[in-house]
Design a protein around this ligand. Structure first.
Ligand code: PA5
Length: 400
């Protein structure tokens, strides 16, 4: 008797780990924590403009926005980052109107160099002000058409390595350059990345929990197909958007047996979404896992004052409580209420505080989790063939 098969066998943790270690040789994002930040810091020192406009979309902006949004109110930043990402004319106009274009540096970021949204916005900006070597920097792949354009116009360029995919590129020039220019400590960001890297690849705490989590998410994907990230800080709104892109674009794929795979990412913010989506989690279908993200230390003393409001005496129990304490207790109450139900898979990530290394560790952790889930699902996390058809149709429509 002879027997062959192409079933997806259950993979051992060891086999997954070895596959990821092997993948690390070719997929560039794993090693970005060890890159040399000197060129970005040196360039940043010479930037005179106060407005830094990032023109890009998807992986070319979302990670940078996530970090900027998380840190900007806790840092004394002298420059502001503005993101031009969409072809929505009202968005473009309203942002451009608010800035002094003469005091602006434009960072045009596109790995492929031919992304419609990015080039359309760049053309528009060019109609308002001459973009030249003094006010424009190009971040792209080494052999893209955008790179040729930059060279022809003597513009400064930074490279996006070929083996670093857009949504995994935040710790390359894509994120590090704009963040360094506005004054975020990119050295500290990479310390956070390395911490997560070492914990995972030395098979310490991060390895143990990520491999367990990825296995659970994939093995139970038909029961719990939706993964809700419930972030208890408005500063994590950018992180949520980045996670949705990372998870959706990386994991929505056809596997080696032609079976459709995918886990659906949802990103919500506490306590705001306690007053909306939480009802669906608690009483709706049991098709969701929930990951609550808490911030240990908000580094902020804002308090509910000791004020008596006539008619609202029953609310005096909230007096003197700090808002940081309040939001964390709200998170704890939500967690406890979900865990009491015993039929909603729920995990809690508590990040140290509002600092570079904390947000960077969290983001690298999610990149690793994405790679692990993709391995478990026998899919390629790093391509996105599903978005090509729409681009082709659009081109035909625009050429007519
Ligand atoms: O993750 C990806 O690859 C995509 O989301 C890209 O980042 C996005 O399409 C933008 O592409 P580009 O950087 O080539 O302009």
């Amino acid at each position: 008797m002879h027997y062959t098969h192409n079933f997806n066998p259950t993979i051992s943790d060891e086999a997954i780990f070895e596959a990821v270690v092997a993948e690390k040789e070719e997929i560039g994002y794993y090693n970005l924590g060890f890159c040399d930040t000197t060129p970005y810091k040196e360039f940043a020192k010479g930037v005179k403009q106060n407005n830094i406009v990032v023109i890009g979309i998807g992986g070319s902006t979302l990670g940078t926005y996530a970090i900027y949004k998380y840190l900007k109110h806790s840092r004394d930043l002298q420059k502001q980052l503005i993101f031009l990402e969409t072809t929505d004319p009202i968005d473009i106009k309203s942002k451009v109107e608010k800035i002094d274009l003469e005091d602006t540096l434009f960072l045009v970021i596109s790995k492929s160099g031919t992304t419609l949204e990015t080039i359309s916005i760049f053309k528009y900006i060019n109609s308002l002000i001459t973009c030249n070597a003094d006010n424009t920097v190009i971040i792209t792949e080494n052999d893209s058409k955008l790179k040729s354009y930059a060279v022809a116009n003597k513009m400064q360029t930074f490279e996006i390595p070929k083996n670093v995919g857009g949504r995994f590129s935040v710790f390359s020039a894509v994120g590090l350059l704009p963040l360094a220019i506005v004054g975020i400590d990119i050295g500290e960001l990479l310390i956070g990345v390395k911490k997560a890297h070492d914990s995972f690849f030395n098979k310490q705490e991060l390895y143990k929990r990520l491999i367990k989590k990825a296995r659970f998410l994939v093995e139970y994907k038909y029961s719990f197909n939706i993964n809700v990230v419930f972030s208890y800080s408005s500063r994590l709104e950018g992180f949520n958007k980045w996670y949705i892109q990372l998870w959706g674009e990386s994991l929505g794929k056809v596997d080696i047996n032609n079976t459709r795979q995918g886990l659906t990412p949802i990103g919500i913010i506490g306590p705001i979404d306690q007053h909306s989506f939480l009802q669906l989690i608690v009483e709706g279908r049991r098709d969701k896992t929930v990951t609550v993200i808490k911030v240990e230390n908000f580094d902020n003393e804002l308090k509910i004052p000791d004020v008596r409001l006539k008619g609202l005496e029953e609310m005096e129990y909230i007096n003197n409580i700090s808002f940081a304490d309040m939001i964390n207790k709200q998170a704890d109450a939500t967690i406890e209420s979900i865990q009491n139900l015993n039929d909603i898979p729920c995990d809690v990530i508590t990040i140290d505080g509002i600092c570079e290394s904390a947000i960077a560790s969290l983001m690298y952790e999610y990149e690793l989790l994405t790679s692990l889930c993709a391995r478990f699902m026998y899919i390629n996390a790093y391509d996105q063939p599903g978005v090509e058809a729409g681009k082709k149709i659009l081109k035909e429509k625009l050429q007519k």
